[in-house]
Ligand binder design. Structure first.
Ligand SMILES: [Fe+2]
Length: 242
């Protein structure tokens, strides 16, 4: 989503709750770190919501099913961008250098994505079923799947932060990172941004938000002011029991 590709003016990269590592270097990875923070935060909430939402609260189950679709759409786009645009560029570079360990790390990234996909599909089916015809067995299965997805995705993002993003900083030229950011932002209309902006901002401190604004631009700040109230009201319904 960023149009800025050099380091933020303050020279600092975000170190957000749950983040395993800050990969220092010439590229502004803040968009990536904000997305990872939001995925971690959401997965914790979904796992608790699946366990604790009462079967009879149909309004909340419907809101959760919608909210899962929003979350998984963003996550799918994030992984697709990495698999189609980020890892292939890096693979070419590590292969040219004969860096077998680098290749193994990048192959692990793609392999982990394909392990995560069926878990996400299981959660989508579970939340959709709970919104239609709630029952205790479906809820228990969903809660279990959501917890597994939370743990597996957390491990994957930590692995990416510790091993793959340092490679990005070390090897990828600025134009390569620009290509990734362009692909990450492609196909997003105003309606998507109206959700995406308050969603990535959720849980960031005022200081972290200032860093974010420097990375992703002023329109982010205006959109956040416009959208935050509605987002917060909808979150309060979906995550009423969290
Ligand atoms: Fe990522």
């Amino acid at each position: 989503m960023s149009t800025t590709t050099s380091r933020p003016a303050t020279g600092h990269l975000l170190d957000l709750p749950g983040q395993a590592h800050v990969a220092e270097g010439p590229l502004d990875l803040n968009g990536m770190y904000m997305a990872h923070h939001a995925f971690r935060r959401d997965l914790v909430r979904f796992a608790v919501a699946a366990r604790q939402t009462p079967l009879e609260d149909a309004e909340v189950w419907r809101a959760l099913a919608v909210r899962w679709e929003q979350f998984s759409g963003i996550l799918h786009h994030h992984h697709t961008t990495e698999d189609d645009v980020l890892w292939p560029q890096l693979l070419e570079i590590v292969d040219a250098r004969g860096d077998a360990a680098g290749r193994a790390t990048l192959e692990a990234m793609e392999a982990e994505h394909s392990v995560i996909d069926p878990m996400l599909a299981g959660c989508a089916a579970g939340f959709a079923a709970m919104a239609q015809t709630p029952d205790a067995a479906t809820r228990d299965r969903l809660a279990q799947t959501a917890e597994t997805a939370r743990d597996t995705l957390s491990d994957h993002m930590a692995h990416e932060e510790r091993e793959a993003l340092p490679l990005v900083q070390e090897l990828l030229p600025v134009e390569g990172w620009q290509r990734v950011e362009k692909a990450a932002g492609s196909g997003k209309g105003l309606k998507d941004l109206m959700f995406l902006v308050p969603w990535v901002a959720d849980g960031l401190t005022a200081e972290q938000l200032e860093t974010a604004f420097r990375s992703v631009g002023k329109p982010f700040k205006w959109l956040l002011a416009l959208t935050r109230g509605g987002y917060t009201r909808r979150e309060a319904i979906a995550f009423r029991y969290v």
